[in-house]
Ligand binder design. Structure first.
Ligand code: 6GU
Length: 247
């Protein structure tokens, strides 16, 4: 497979959607190798404990280092190519923002792993030791709080996997998407031409390809200005706004 993704979690069933739709099909076709592991396989007491109280006090529980250490040892031991290591992603709201640009970078790597924390997080020494053995990136989906890393593992796996050549049928549809060039997408319409007294914009039915391209570009600028002015400032330097592309 072009991309291997290992997910380490105490809720393996949470990752079931990775067997569906586009990603499920890519796995069946051998383009993608997704392996989900139960962290509790590496807890050895009667209750398969993976958490404990925080040193220094405070609310909630912290994930114990021993099961994580063992799970990461087992992961490294499973390397297809001896000595190869995965790029370890650690979902946390205090991580680096997960963007389309980061998804693009990660899609060039052969092996990713996602360490899904729960509770108040993973003992910091796990991340320190892991970083001495493999590349580690803490990633955040956005400025809000989830109960654990599993939803982020789903989102990141989908965002990266669909960039792997062959996973998405129409490669053109990949570059024409929001966040690929810093502007939001234009609105889309299909038949019928009038629905509940609402008409499809006339320019889209005019057959004038140049006029359609200009209208769509204007729509992208207006939408971005209204919904995401932060993006407009960031993209001001991009050639799509200043280049001689005729738009
Ligand atoms: Cl990546 N993980 C968790 N637990 N919460 C988040 C997040 C990630 N991104 C935003 N909130």
């Amino acid at each position: 497979a072009a991309l291997r993704v290992d997910v380490l979690t105490i809720f393996p069933e949470y990752l079931a959607p990775l067997g569906l739709s586009l990603i499920g099909r890519a796995r069946e076709q051998g383009l993608l190798d997704v392996r989900v592991h139960d962290l509790r396989e590496h807890a050895h007491d009667r209750h398969r404990t993976v958490d404990d109280t925080p040193y220094g006090g405070g609310a909630g529980m912290v994930m114990k280092p021993e099961p994580w250490g063992e799970a990461l040892d087992a992961l490294l031991a499973s390397a297809g190519t001896p000595g190869s290591v995965p790029h370890l992603l650690v979902p946390t709201p205090s991580g680096r923002p997960f963007t389309q640009a980061l998804a693009r970078e990660l899609a060039t790597e052969p092996w990713l792993a996602v360490a899904c924390g729960r509770y108040e997080g993973i003992d910091e020494r796990v991340l320190e030791e892991a970083a001495s053995r493999m590349p580690v990136t803490l990633v955040s989906l956005g400025d809000y709080v989830l109960n654990g890393g599993e939803v982020a593992a789903l989102a990141m796996t989908e965002a990266v996997a669909r960039l792997v050549p062959g996973v998405v049928g129409n490669a053109e549809s990949l570059v024409e998407e929001s966040h690929e060039d810093g502007l939001l997408e234009y609105p889309v319409y299909t038949k019928p031409p009038v629905w509940r007294e609402r008409e499809v914009p006339a320019v889209l039915r005019s057959g004038d390809h140049g006029a359609v391209a200009r209208w769509r570009h204007q729509q992208r600028l207006e939408r971005t200005a209204v919904r995401r002015p932060d993006l407009l400032h960031a993209s001001a330097a991009l050639p799509v706004l200043t280049g001689a592309d005729g738009l």
